[in-house]
Design a protein around this ligand. Structure first.
Ligand code: ADP
Ligand code: MG
Length: 357
């Protein structure tokens, strides 16, 4: 798919924004603090209806504004020429102090965003890896994100009951009606994450191999205390086994909220033993590896939003990344340096304005 045109009003540091991107590679160049990342965020919101940067929509309207809107054309480019889908997304402050995010969803529209905070996926805490795999699974199976919200509610309810510490028998009776649901929704999450990891594995190995000249191998696995079990009964049994410990600690101790991903380079843990350079490459490779599975799932290629992706890399690796991007569909790449990529449409970003070079 492609973004054919994008306009925004009062989005972050843009009063108005108007962009007609090229069909393939677009480079946004300009000094820091001018609005490059904001621009990627606006494009991501246009495509997906959500910010890849923050769940707090109140941050997005330009300071002092009560609303923002992003409109544009999404083109489904899969060989057959079809009319673009015009979408409009708005974020509005309501009188009761809440913010409303509205706009229709486009079932085939996907964006994959990368920024160097993604290094956390490789070297950060398990939460960063769970967020990564949930985001990816959500792009493959849209039902995943709804299930995740439901799971979080069930988890919070379970934890509240455990924290009341009303004694084993009473708590057990109170938990009883929730456990089945927790186990069913929880195991569905685990199974979709496992499928997502399997879908990623081959591409991850290929992309990582393409980016680094060294014949190094990277592997990703799903890690859960549930082992290979894949039915809800196994999670239910694990809850039963953990019952006394859960009562003692006042929290839910088994389930997808405790799982993690193992990422290994040549058989060793990338988090503990990878060099900073290797970790960077894996982080970028993870995002690029999403492209093919997401294309297959959505029926059209995702838009890539790459924030400053070429900095921090050796010149030789940069070249490989650019080569890899050649095979992608529409790409938006920011850089604080003068652009060196050939064949790209270049835009300069300055003080909340964007202009074609
Ligand atoms: N809601 C907002 N309203 C107005 N300005 C904002 C808002 N959110 C962020 N900014 C400003 O946007 C500026 C540019 O941000 P950013 O896109 O991250 O710059 P770049 O990526 O070019 O370094 C920052 O100086 C920040 O203060
Ligand atoms: Mg930035």
């Amino acid at each position: 798919m492609q973004i054919g045109r994008a306009n925004a009003v009062d989005f972050r540091n843009y009063r108005t924004l108007s962009l007609t991107p090229a069909r393939r590679l677009n480079v946004f160049s300009g000094p820091n603090g001018q609005g490059k990342t904001n621009l990627l965020e606006a494009l991501g919101l246009l495509v997906t209806g959500r910010s890849f940067r923050t769940p707090r929509t109140a941050e997005i309207p330009r300071w002092g504004s009560r609303s923002t809107s992003v409109t544009g054309d999404l083109v489904r480019a899969d060989g057959t020429p079809v009319a673009p889908r015009t979408v409009r997304r708005t974020i509005e402050g309501l009188d009761d102090g809440t913010w409303q995010n509205s706009g229709e969803s486009v079932e085939w529209a996907r964006a994959i965003a990368f920024g160097w905070q993604d290094l956390e996926i490789v070297n950060g805490a398990p939460l960063a890896r769970r967020s990564f795999i949930d985001g990816f699974a959500g792009r493959l199976y849209p039902v995943h994100l709804k299930a995740l919200i439901e799971f979080r509610q069930l988890l919070a309810r379970r934890n509240r009951l455990l924290q009341q510490r009303s004694g084993d028998a009473a708590t057990r009776a109170q938990l009883e009606p929730w456990n089945d649901q927790f186990a069913t929704v929880g195991m569905d999450l685990v199974n979709r994450r496992r499928r997502a990891v399997a879908a990623l594995q081959t591409e991850l190995a290929r992309v990582y191999g393409a980016l680094c000249a060294a014949r190094s191998k990277v592997e990703i696995r799903y890690r859960t205390a549930l082992g290979e079990a894949s039915d809800a009964a196994a999670l239910l049994a694990a809850l039963e086994r953990a019952r006394l410990e859960e009562l003692r600690r006042g929290q839910t101790l088994v389930g997808p909220h405790r799982d993690d991903l193992a990422i290994e380079i040549d058989g060793v843990d990338a988090r503990a033993f990878g060099s900073r350079g290797q970790q960077r490459l894996v982080a970028l490779a993870l995002r690029l590896a999403e492209v093919l599975p997401v294309t297959e799932a959505a029926g059209t290629a995702p838009v890539l939003l790459l924030d400053d992706a070429l900095s921090e890399l050796d010149p030789a690796v940069r070249e490989q990344v650019v080569r890899e991007l050649d095979g992608a569909e529409q790409v938006f790449l920011t850089t604080p340096e003068p652009p060196t990529v050939t064949g790209a449409a270049v835009f300069y970003v300055h003080a909340g304005g964007v202009a074609a070079a």
